[in-house]
Design a protein around this ligand. Sequence first.
Ligand code: AMP
Length: 410
Amino acid sequence: MQFSELPLNKSILKALTEERYHTPTLVQEKAIPVILKRKDVVVAAQTGTGKTAAFALPIIEQLFDEQDTEKREKKIKALVLSPTRELAQQIEQNFKTYSKYTNLRVTAVYGGVSLEPQKEILKKGVDILIATPGRLIDLHKQGNIELRYLKTFVLDEADLMLDMGFINDVKRIEELCPRKKQTLLFSATIPEKIVELANTTLNNPEKIEISPENATSKNIGQLLYYVPKKNKTDLCLYLLRNTINGRIIIFRRTKFGVDKLEQTLLKNGYKVTSIHGDKTQSLRNEAIENFKNKKATILIATDVAARGIDIVNVDAVINFDLPNIPETYVHRIGRTGRAGKSGIAFSFCSADETSYVKAIQELLQRPIKIIEDQPFPLVKPKHKKQPNTISKHKKGRKSEASKKKKKRWY
Ligand code: AMP
């Protein structure tokens, strides 16, 4: 199928051709015709599948016809809620790209930056608003946002929105919108709480699923390294020197871990940048910009900070710490292998993380390939012996010999 076969107007098709989008991705092919029929949808698709255009294109198409008559009326007609600022900026950018040959006015509002410029833009009138929940509520309280005329409400990355504790904000915002509207819920995973949210806020939605297997297996190689916790940095440096090239995102569980690894990699001469929740918005933007324009080739991030960020040519992902939520693994490795490109994901598992691997493999419904031929293998800890009396020399030889005999225990 080609984009030209979808009922999209010429202005949109022209912008898509310029972006060299010719064929819709699977989620676009499935979702666009349904959304154009003004049906509610629940779409299970992660970032990297082309989901932003899957909701942006039909929204632009629907508003395009009305743009001249309603343009000067300062009504927000479509609202996209995003859990993070970075994702909001990215969605805004995508809408602007796809709608550049229309007169539609698109803007994003999010926290961490001054309110005033956002108020100014809203005053002039906006057709499509992208917002993080907290900032939207602030602006609404101050009388800068009117949602009564909304036609389309999009909840993007809904699972992350709930994980980040935005459920009450989302419900409040939903109440500010008219009852009669189209609601589009996009979520990487559909846990029970998303089903509940969909049941209470959507009207007989059509369900579209792009499964994690489809989204991850085709283009992304997945490799697993069992490694002692204390050797993870050594293994990371070893892989960066010998195996991994190009643009790399490294995930760590904590902000402290991100900062520590950044210092180590900088000392070793790598061009590194990082993002996590303790950094100011301008530092986060700068880090992403540096990573995009290749001033930095390695980005170290926590999950929430990196979620949804679209950088097309990421060659590899390193899961320096394994996530305790299996779905997070799918989100992380989805940073690579995007838009049909290939990518590779390296996961480090220390002794205390083996249960996470089990959960991830259950979700993927297949094992991840284990790399045993590496310099820092994890071996089963021995029970403590009597005080060690073996000479240094002997000890070395013994451990060499026993290494060969040692069997995998994980
Ligand atoms: P998303 O899942 O929305 O974050 O999109 C992932 C990436 O795929 C973005 O860089 C998009 O610009 C790109 N993309 C989306 N749809 C298409 C398409 N039909 N053809 C080529 N690239 C696309």
